[in-house]
Design a protein around this ligand. Structure first.
Ligand SMILES: *[C@@H]1O[C@H](CO)[C@@H](O)[C@H](O)[C@H]1NC(C)=O
Ligand SMILES: *[C@@H]1O[C@H](CO)[C@@H](O)[C@H](O)[C@H]1NC(C)=O
Ligand SMILES: *[C@@H]1O[C@H](CO)[C@@H](O)[C@H](O)[C@H]1NC(C)=O
Ligand SMILES: *[C@@H]1O[C@H](CO)[C@@H](O)[C@H](O)[C@H]1NC(C)=O
Ligand SMILES: *[C@@H]1O[C@H](CO)[C@@H](O)[C@H](O)[C@H]1NC(C)=O
Length: 406
């Protein structure tokens, strides 16, 4: 017992030190097998690969290059291809051995497509069936009992994090393949209005900023729209701004590139916005456990909902208006309370982590603005993540170590 506890403590210590390191890289695992290069290529261009790398206990069902031709002949959007491929990522670990030992002959596995929330009903589940003579069948759950594909071989495995297996052909997934509208045809104001950001959408619709937003959709755009309550209470302040400042404030709510939620979680640091000029009108993206926060010098806002996350467009709802420190009417350039040469500090504090963007250290507490409604977030966010990871690791280890002959 004591030995086991000691070993777990050592593992725990290791986990606390390296909590966020990806345990595997699906791209490099598949790089060794050129017969799956097309599948691998689309995992990367759809940005599914980093989402896979952030998960644990998963199975990627790949098909060889000829098996991809039918899909590519359909000329789906990248978003459509992403949906189809994410339907081939099972949220459980199945290697050859486990596949052949499925209790009661069949099992239902949730897929990453199900996890996106786009799937309706049971269309995001795959039925794995242990057939006679050692064969294993795969089919969409709603396939009327027909088997769509069969297990070919194990490609790579890293127990029990990731198993990559080859199946005979892609699974039909009519819903995942449904043509998504071309990104530039997405009506962003209509979409935000329908999902809790109507006040922001209406404000945007009356501003030249709308054109800036729309002009960036095709090349990649990530919008942070404040929810109706937050935006409504901010409107008196907004209406008090000059037209130019109003435009800057709105354009401050979007980044000129696409970033998924997992991408935001893993790429912390200083980020440019549609309003950025030089090093002004930037903010910091910082994960706080599994939450993602947007930190300006005056406000720490949190992502509370995903409206769209479909390359090249992502729209996330945030719980606060992002107030840029450059707008003096909003309290940005009021004299800092602490005297000294660094009192007027937006530039000097930024320049030290201009490139490459790095997570702000504990000394860079964002809540140094004079504004009263600043969320006074303390600087222990990064530590919380690590400790959280460590506790999770310890829990997993506790379970795991009971099976280990320590
Ligand atoms: C994964 O591997 C690919 C190719 O080997 C490499 O280009 C990519 O940077 C790696 N990703 C990470 C997150 O290390
Ligand atoms: C199952 O296969 C049969 C015969 O090929 C076909 O007629 C039927 O439409 C299939 N069912 C579904 C739900 O695909
Ligand atoms: C999976 O498919 C098999 C054969 O098509 C069927 O007999 C079984 O009931 C299905 N299992 C589930 C859980 O839907
Ligand atoms: C988006 O939808 C709104 C409301 O439905 C409409 O007024 C507006 O003209 C639409 N914008 C575009 C660019 O189609
Ligand atoms: C509008 O601006 C004026 C002058 O800058 C200020 O006194 C007033 O408090 C502001 N009103 C609001 C609602 O912010």
């Amino acid at each position: 017992m004591q030995l086991r506890g000691g070993a777990a403590a050592i593992f725990l210590a290791v986990l606390i030190v390296f909590p966020t390191t990806d345990a595997f890289n699906v791209t490099s695992m598949l790089d060794k097998h050129s017969e799956f290069s097309t599948f691998n290529h689309y995992l990367s261009v759809t940005q599914l690969a980093p989402e896979i790398n952030r998960r644990r206990t998963i199975t990627v069902c790949v098909v060889d290059n000829p098996g991809m031709t039918d899909l590519l002949a359909k000329h789906l959007t990248l978003g459509g291809i992403k949906n189809v491929l994410s339907f081939h990522v099972l949220l459980d670990y199945f290697d050859a051995k486990k596949l052949h030992q499925i209790t009661d002959g069949s099992a239902l596995a949730a897929t990453m497509y199900q996890a996106t929330g786009s799937a309706t009903g049971s269309s995001g589940f795959v039925n794995i069936t242990d057939l006679s003579r050692g064969k294993v069948g795969f089919s969409p759950e709603d396939n009327g009992g027909n088997i769509s594909a069969t297990f070919v071989k194990s490609v790579e495995a890293q127990p029990y994090d990731i198993s990559i297996i080859q199946i005979s052909n892609l699974l039909p997934s009519y819903e995942a393949e449904a043509p998504a509208p071309a990104p530039s045809q997405v009506n962003i104001t209509k979409l935000m209005s329908a999902h809790g950001c109507k006040v922001f959408a209406d404000t945007l619709a009356g501003s030249p900023a709308e054109t800036t937003f729309e002009g960036n959709i095709d090349s990649g755009l990530t919008i942070f729209c404040p929810g109706d309550e937050a935006m409504k209470s901010f409107l008196p302040k907004y209406n008090n701004l000059t037209a130019a400042d109003q435009q800057s404030l709105l354009e401050y709510h979007a980044m000129p590139f696409y970033e998924s939620l997992p991408g935001l979680r893993s790429n912390n640091g200083l980020t440019s916005t549609l309003a950025t000029v030089g090093n002004k009108f930037v903010f910091t993206v910082q994960n706080d456990g599994t939450d993602v926060t947007i930190i300006t010098k005056l406000v720490t806002a949190k992502i509370i909902n995903t409206l769209v996350d479909n390359q090249p467009l992502a729209i996330f709802q945030v719980n606060k208006v992002l107030v840029p420190p450059e707008l003096s009417k909003l309290g940005g350039l009021a004299p800092a309370p602490a005297p000294g040469p660094a009192a007027e500090s937006p530039k000097s504090s930024k320049s030290k982590h201009k490139s490459p963007p790095a997570p702000p250290g504990p000394s860079e507490s964002p809540a140094d603005g004079p504004d009263g409604d600043v969320a006074d977030q303390d600087s222990s966010g990064a530590e919380m993540v690590q400790i959280g990871g460590g506790i999770l690791g310890a829990l997993i280890l506790t379970v795991w170590s009971t099976f280990l002959p320590l």
